[in-house]
Design a binder for this molecule. Structure first.
Ligand code: SIN
Length: 276
């Protein structure tokens, strides 16, 4: 096995591991790598839909997206599609997946199916490091507080993306409160658990103070020193610990710089626990 770090903050590209091998020994190696590096990448993994599902189930129960339909034959797989004529990219701002759910995603297994020749990289930022390095005065203000996370409603997830289809659901926008600093259930580490996309306010303080604090926290957690960036190739797989990182799919589809290409990713999410 070969482990190449993507940055000093998080992320490692792993060679010499077969993701079709779901033996206890192999899964333990993958989980240990995941907890250490927060997000891990594997290239040239030409796995089938079923193999991606089998791998995902080794991490926990598969989670269905509240608003977006999965593939007809494999509803566990949410296909992220950016059509050639589109500018937007699903997941194109900093977020932690479905942080608005009562039990937000534990991990995501994302496989690249079709990628543009340039553009469409994904960035990740390490939220354990973000908590460690956050200004002490801000830490003291928020360490025992909760934040409100909103699901934003179905339109947010499908309206800008022609290739994404809404599930048959009348589910309205909903929200949940989670601790601003949560504890990783496996490692015991503290994690800064807010994100620009879904976190709307800090509970129990006035709006102005909440807005000011969140603005400072978002700026801090997006610092480039906390990040890594992955350039996709076809049949690459990323596994991220969705509790420990936020991520950002970069929609840099500008004329003559990748616009006019399709980007397709197959995403499986694993259901997590109630943050504590
Ligand atoms: C996501 O935000 O889940 C999608 C990430 C990507 O397509 O790179």
């Amino acid at each position: 096995m070969d482990v190449e770090l993507l940055s000093g903050a998080c992320g490692a590209e792993i060679a010499g591991i077969d993701l079709r091998d779901t033996s206890d020994g192999n899964i333990k190696i993958i989980k240990d790598l995941l907890f250490e590096h927060k997000v891990i990448f594997f290239r040239n993994q030409d796995i089938t839909h079923q193999e991606q599902i089998d791998l995902s189930k080794c991490f926990g129960p598969i989670e269905k997206h509240a608003y977006v339909k999965g593939l007809p034959e494999y509803p566990e797989i949410l296909r992220i599609v950016k059509e050639p004529f589109e500018k937007n990219n699903w997941g194109e701002n900093w977020h932690s997946d479905v942080s608005y759910n009562p039990e937000p995603t534990l991990a995501v297994i994302l496989k690249s199916v079709e990628i543009p020749p340039i553009g469409g990289d994904t960035m990740f930022a390490n939220m354990e490091l973000a908590w460690e390095t956050l200004d002490e005065k801000i830490k003291n203000k928020v360490k025992d507080k909760k934040a409100l996370h909103s699901s934003l409603g179905v339109a947010f997830f499908v309206d800008n993306y022609k290739g994404m289809e809404a599930r048959d659901t009348n589910l309205e926008e909903y929200s949940n409160e989670h601790p601003i600093v949560r504890t990783h259930p496996e490692t015991g580490k503290k994690i800064l658990y807010v994100n620009w996309t879904y976190t709307k306010s800090i509970v129990g303080i006035d709006k102005k103070e909440s807005d000011d604090l969140l603005t400072k926290i978002f700026k801090h957690q997006e610092r480039l020193e906390l990040t890594c960036r992955f350039k996709w190739t076809k049949n690459a797989v990323a596994i991220w610990d969705n509790r420990s990182v936020i991520h950002y799919a970069i929609a840099d589809y500008f004329p003559n710089r990748g616009l006019g290409h399709r980007r397709i990713m197959d995403r499986i999410a694993i259901r997590g626990e109630k943050p504590f």
